[in-house]
Design a protein around this ligand. Structure first.
Ligand code: PBG
Length: 329
């Protein structure tokens, strides 16, 4: 036998049952992480460029925790929107800060929910950069101490995992050492290891009001043209003690995910970032694509490429679709 007509690939494509039998990639709600924007007070406000995404006040975070737990999600990923910003991003490592308070309330409402926190300064600095500035340049080594303080502060509030997203060199090691010093030796770090300087973060920066006031993030985030360098970034973060590595954005970087998985194994996370999410939602609204089909296809593609964990603003809807069997058809 040498192929057609003895071999017909269409035999397993004929019915949903046959397709399901030979399906290679599955998704579970426990593999989804739901990013949330938390503000101190006021009412729920929509993020204009991200249909379906809102900024939530502290008053409502217990409800969000209960929803995430009911849906069986793998966790929530918290981003804080402080009332005040300053040069040193001090709101990030304030024990009474918005994220710290959100962690306490969510853990009280749902002790078993994984509360993960983004560790970065950009939403807290007046200049919008991910670290402190010395003569207008992001000062790597001065920033490390502040990131470590932020992570410890999140840990003290009850965070289950800390996730540094700043892309300073050496930050995983600095955070690991500080956590260990404060008796958080068993707290895992999910490192945004291969984080690219991407145009797809646009809507997030509207949500977090975190666009750099001058310049851009190319001085610390990765060049989209590079993949060998991503492997070096990941290897360094693992050496420094990262427990979960992340590739970000997701869909434009499937090759990076695949190589990371082949080279390092898991746990590996992929972040479907704000711009990827917005493209699908807005193209759906415009009638150009079927939003739900496109969303599910994108998420499965991240899993197929090798991501064990997927971070998506659509985690709730996706978990409902999983339960309703939409992924099985
Ligand atoms: C903070 C941070 C950003 C995102 C996650 N953490 C913004 C940035 O680096 O500019 C982007 C997430 C998204 O676009 O959904 N450094």
């Amino acid at each position: 036998m040498s192929g057609f007509p003895e071999v017909r690939m269409r035999r397993f494509r004929r019915t949903a049952g046959l397709r399901r039998l030979v399906r290679e990639t599955a998704l579970h709600a426990s593999q989804l992480i739901w990013p949330l924007f938390i503000k101190t007070s006021g009412s729920v406000s929509p993020v204009e460029s991200m249909p379906g995404v809102h900024r939530h006040p502290l008053d409502l975070v217990s409800d969000l925790a209960r929803l995430a737990a009911t849906r069986g999600l793998g966790g929530v990923l918290l981003f804080g929107l402080p009332d005040e910003k300053d040069e040193a991003g001090s709101g990030a490592y304030d024990d009474g800060g918005v994220v710290q308070e959100a962690i306490r309330r969510m853990k009280e409402a749902e002790p078993d929910l994984n509360v993960i926190t983004d560790v970065c300064l950009c939403a807290y600095t007046s200049h919008g950069h991910c670290g402190v500035l010395t003569e207008g340049i992001v000062d790597n080594d001065q920033t490390l101490d502040l990131l470590a303080r932020t992570a410890v502060s999140h840990a003290k509030a009850g965070a289950d995992i800390v996730a540094p997203s700043d892309m300073m060199d050496g930050r995983v090691g600095a955070i690991r050492a500080a956590l260990d010093d404060h008796a958080f030796g068993l707290l895992p770090i999910m490192s945004y290891a291969a984080k690219y300087a991407s145009a797809f973060y646009g809507p997030f920066r509207e949500a977090a009001d975190s666009s750099p006031e001058h310049g851009d993030r190319r001085g610390y985030q990765m060049d989209p043209a590079n993949v060998e360098e991503a492997m070096r970034e990941i290897a360094l973060d693992l050496d420094e003690g990262a427990d979960i590595i992340m590739v970000k954005p997701g869909l434009p970087y499937l090759d990076v995910i695949q190589r990371a998985k082949e080279m390092f194994g898991g746990p590996l996370a992929a972040y479907q970032v704000s711009g990827e999410y917005a493209m699908i939602k807005l193209a759906g609204t415009a009638g150009a694509i079927d939003e739900r089909l496109a969303m599910r296809e994108s998420i499965i593609a991240l899993r197929r490429a090798g991501a064990d964990i997927v971070i998506s603003y659509d985690a709730i809807l996706l978990s409902e679709e999983l339960e309703a069997g939409a992924f099985d058809r």
